[in-house]
Ligand binder design. Structure first.
Ligand code: MN
Length: 447
């Protein structure tokens, strides 16, 4: 399954906007993506200075992610993700594929990489997946990393201490000074989502993606490095992470919409480029809804999975847009015992330790509707009884309010109604007769 097929399918639902006005990848395309954030997929057909097209916002709507994964809603998506991590399906390795149509000399300035925000030091590749193998070839990891374009042949790669970092360590310990990587761009949403889903070290996220795609992911061995890329990607950069070289990276606008600090990071030397003849460059605007959903949705799945061990039913989990898809959580549950709300809050903080403010609401409150959530806080919450405050807890490195040691404060709000005399807290409703129903439908059509 390719990005193209998915875009075509989305087009048939009227969910793709084509822009013919010539626009520059520096600031102009990013600004249009920002203005249209959360809307349709945007295809820029005329990119100033380049022959290829740019696409953005592909994973920018929850409903579109559901369609891509053939699920009907959030809970089904969580189940599919957790199931795919538990039962990954080995992806087929093939010798050729559409991405190998053109094998080209390395010249990164030929690729329309976007420069997003005003203080950005350089263009950044943000929607690529990076795959690497352990030196013995036994372990494969696939993850998303921001890549700063340094010059025609070099990128700086931000590696947080997780699995790719561990592969770098293993390579170093076995005496190597480089680690081969495939950097793939232009991918089906399932591959992007799998690459941002936490799977145990040793599980290839390609195999997670392949499970999500029903066995339709094919992998192609790179020409110059020992790494694999989806054969239906739009563009692949073959590279070597130079393990003995660090450079200043950033500042980069992260999920919070604020600048991360300048960090010392590794350099990737790009040694090969392959792409489709008329490849589409896939972009992702930092701090956009697409960024939040790709990072947040897999964490919602973890929260859902832990919370349902405490209460029989978890109706929904929302890592909210205002909370950067990462720091704020609203969870809706069916409460059965007094105190369930607080236990669920603790589960939220455990399942996703980056959450700093969490709200738990009853099953009649839609966690995706901020007004309903506020109503629950207004009518079902008392600060002296229903509040949890945890000072000096470890918080997200993305939290601008964290102190130097990474400590901050977690706050949990239990806005579930007391079980005793629960009727007093019910949303009052009015019975609906047949003719009022018809009248209202008519009025709504007329408006
Ligand atoms: Mn991994």
């Amino acid at each position: 399954m390719s990005l193209r097929e998915f875009v075509e399918e989305s087009q048939s639902f009227g969910d793709v906007l084509k822009i013919e006005t010539p626009l520059s990848p520096k600031f102009e395309i990013p600004l249009v993506l920002k203005e249209l954030d959360g809307g349709p997929i945007v295809l820029f057909e005329n990119v100033e200075g380049y022959k290829v097209k740019v696409i953005g916002g592909v994973c920018g709507k929850r409903s579109r992610i559901y369609k891509a994964l053939r699920v009907r809603g959030a809970i089904e998506l969580y189940q599919a993700l957790l199931e795919a991590v538990k039962n990954p399906l080995k992806a087929e390795r093939v010798d050729d594929g559409p991405v190998a149509e053109v094998i080209e000399k390395v010249k990164l300035d030929r690729i329309p990489v976007l420069t997003h925000y005003s203080r950005d030091p350089a263009p950044y590749i943000t929607a690529s997946v990076v795959s690497a193998l352990s030196p013995d070839g036994e372990i494969e990891n696939v993850s998303i990393h921001r890549l700063e374009v340094l010059d025609e042949k070099h990128l700086a790669i931000r590696i947080v201490p997780r699995h790719l970092y561990r592969l770098c360590q293993i390579a170093k310990e076995s005496g190597k000074n480089t680690l081969d990587v495939a950097i793939s761009i232009g991918l089906h949403p399932a591959v992007l989502l799998a690459a941002s889903t936490p799977a145990p070290f040793g599980v290839s996220e390609y195999d997670v993606a392949n499970r999500l795609l029903g066995g339709r992911l094919k992998l192609l061995r790179c020409r110059y490095v020992n790494a694999y890329a989806p054969s239906e990607a739009e563009l692949v950069l073959e590279g070597k992470i130079m393990l003995d070289k660090l450079v200043d990276e950033g500042p980069f606008v992260d999920l919070t919409g604020t600048y991360d600090r300048v960090r010392r990071q590794h350099v990737v030397k790009v040694v090969g480029v392959m792409h489709r003849e008329d490849y589409i460059y896939q972009a992702l605007l930092p701090a956009s809804s697409e960024h939040r959903l790709l990072m947040g949705v897999p964490r919602e799945a973890l929260i859902w999975n832990l919370a349902r061990k405490i209460v029989p039913e978890v109706k929904g989990v929302n890592l909210t847009a205002g909370g950067c898809g990462w720091l704020h959580c609203v969870i809706s549950i069916r409460k059965v015992r007094e105190g369930d709300g607080k236990n669920v809050l603790m589960a939220v903080f455990s399942a996703h330790p980056s959450v700093k403010h969490a709200v738990v609401v009853d099953e009649d409150i839609d966690p995706f509707n901020p007004r309903e959530v506020e109503w629950a806080i207004a009518t079902r919450f008392r600060g002296d009884r229903d509040l949890i405050v945890v000072p000096n807890a470890a918080v997200s490195t993305l939290d601008p309010m964290a102190d130097e040691e990474g400590l901050g404060c977690k706050v949990g709000v239990d806005a579930t109604k007391p079980l005793k005399e629960g009727w007093m807290f019910e949303k009052a409703s009015i019975p609906l007769s047949g003719r009022v129903k018809r009248l209202l439908e008519g009025l709504r059509r007329a408006c």
